[in-house]
Design a protein. Structure first.
Length: 310
């Protein structure tokens, strides 16, 4: 009925988190690991300030950073402008970068975009298409050998969320609970944040959490990459679909610059050399934005800022 305190969770992690088949070299899940910022891909000059492109990992940081670094290296070459990759651990930190004017472009999550209320306006540069669709669902998952078989069975259980403003990793569950006039604090025995969808999946597979909510596209990707998970986890509920996390850009950049960058992003999916990196980031191509798809989510986010019954 309250957020699991960091020190307790850390202790449990250190003692219990041994993963058979996990990709971590030490066989453990590190829920806090991230990577340092990457340097500019081309030298900075007085005439060419680097284009600052930011992201927060939806999967484990090292693999994700390598994929995004490959993409921005390509952007640097094609635009003739130096680029700098900025990585943040949480979606809230990423939103603060945008709000403070410290990033020009960002790969944001659906929930982070819905939650953005920064003083500096942003707009959608492009949307992500994967496997022919711009939508994904929220999967609520549990261990196959456990006792949780439905969303209702998660009551008073330990639940793994991804990030406080992740749509599939938190907000979709909040909306479900809000419809039932309750909250995560009241409904679950404890909950904690993993800050990566794959770590939420491993947390369930290794019985650190009774259930978790994750992005359906990442779940399917994880099972393709780690077939052993099919025997460990199962989907117990599917919540409402949402548009994929967009690429956003500062609204105050020159219109011509935004138009050129937009076309550059649209071309990324056609570049054969980028396909492995795009696949790692679970992206097929970037397509023209449909901002109206996100408006219901922005309105729903405001609902979560009020107590049930208000």
């Amino acid at each position: 009925m309250r957020l699991l305190r960091p020190i307790v969770f850390f202790s449990v992690t250190v003692l219990c988190l041994l993963l058979a088949g996990c990709s971590s070299p030490q066989g453990r899940i590190d829920f806090s690991a991230t990577q340092d910022e990457a340097a500019s891909t081309t030298p900075e000059t007085a005439e060419a300030k680097p284009l600052r492109i930011a992201f927060a990992s939806v999967m484990s940081p090292l693999e994700t950073r390598q994929a995004y670094q490959t993409m921005i290296d390509y952007i640097a070459v094609k635009s003739g402008r130096p680029t700098k990759l900025l990585q943040r651990r949480t979606y809230g930190e990423l939103n603060r970068l945008l709000a403070d004017g410290d990033a020009d472009i960002a790969f944001v999550s659906t929930g982070a975009y819905a939650a953005y209320r920064g003083g500096r306006p942003i707009e959608i540069l492009a949307m992500v298409q994967t496997k022919g669709t711009i939508f994904y669902e929220t999967y609520v998952i549990a261990a196959k050998d456990g006792q949780v078989r439905s969303f209702e069975d998660t009551r008073q259980r330990v639940f793994a969320f991804t990030d406080p403003i992740s749509y599939s990793g938190r907000l979709a569950v909040d909306y479900r609970l809000l419809d039932e006039q309750t909250t995560a604090d009241a409904y679950f025995h404890h909950y904690f944040y993993t800050y990566n969808h794959d770590k939420s999946i491993w947390a369930v597979a290794n019985h650190l959490a009774d259930a978790a909510s994750v992005d359906s596209q990442i779940y399917e990707h994880m099972l393709e990459e780690n077939p052993q998970l099919r025997a460990k986890v199962t989907i117990i509920a599917t919540l409402s679909k949402a548009p994929t996390g967009p690429v956003v850009i500062r609204s105050d950049l020159p219109a011509a610059e935004k138009a050129a960058l937009r076309q550059l992003f649209y071309a990324l999916g056609s570049e054969a050399s980028l396909r492995p990196a795009l696949r790692q980031a679970i992206i097929d191509q970037f397509i023209p934005p449909q901002p109206e798809l996100y408006e219901p989510l922005r309105r729903n986010y405001l609902r979560t800022q009020r107590e049930p019954g208000e």
